[in-house]
Design a binder for this molecule. Structure first.
Ligand code: HEC
Length: 156
């Protein structure tokens, strides 16, 4: 039986909630939290093409690199205004790794997304131009991910 089975999934979900003593897990799932986590998964889904290319683990493929870079460009243009509501931090919910520091300095947090957008734009411009052009552009992008995670995402 697949875990997608609704009754089984619901049972497992309930078990997970009940097994965390004193946690705020009983809050409903928040579509905003799910949306932003899904967005990050899509970033990672595309980086999973580019990372192995620059690491030499798979052959460089200009079309595949350009497609992933185009996707990242557009994904990083998605307006996030509704994805980060107050009270959706690690102190309020246990289904998120978003640190309260985000809401203490939203301008700084937004600037980190600005750096990611700039890196994605640069990447889109060079992804099809060969491995030597791709490598630093992916490095810049990965650096933008890591810089934000270091300050605003809880360790797992
Ligand atoms: C401006 C800050 C910021 C940037 C830039 C950023 N992230 Fe994140 N990322 C976060 C935060 C905060 C979370 C935790 C979100 C949550 O759990 O609600 C997160 C979570 C994630 C997750 C886990 C998602 C899940 O399944 O819950 C992945 C994967 C991820 N980021 C990948 C990336 C990648 C790849 C990049 C760069 C292309 C990136 N992120 C750029 C802040 C950022």
């Amino acid at each position: 039986m697949s875990l997608r089975h609704p009754v089984l999934a619901a049972t497992l979900g309930l078990a997970a909630l009940c097994s965390i003593p004193g946690s705020p897990a009983l809050a409903e799932t928040d579509p905003a939290v799910e949306a932003r986590q899904s967005q990050f998964k899509l970033y990672a889904h595309n980086l999973a093409v580019l990372g192995p290319m620059v690491q030499g683990r798979i052959d460089y493929d200009a079309d595949a690199a350009q497609t992933a870079a185009d996707n990242l460009f557009h994904l990083t243009r998605h307006d996030q205004g509704r994805m980060w509501p107050e009270g959706s931090d690690t102190g309020s919910r246990d289904d998120t790794r978003a640190l309260p520091a985000i809401w203490e300095d939203l301008d700084d947090f937004a600037a980190r997304f600005g750096a990611l957008q700039a890196a994605a734009e640069n990447l889109q411009g060079v992804a099809g131009d060969g491995l030597d052009a791709l490598r630093p552009a992916v490095g810049q992008l990965g650096g933008a991910c890591a810089a934000c995670h270091d300050d605003f995402r809880a360790a797992q």
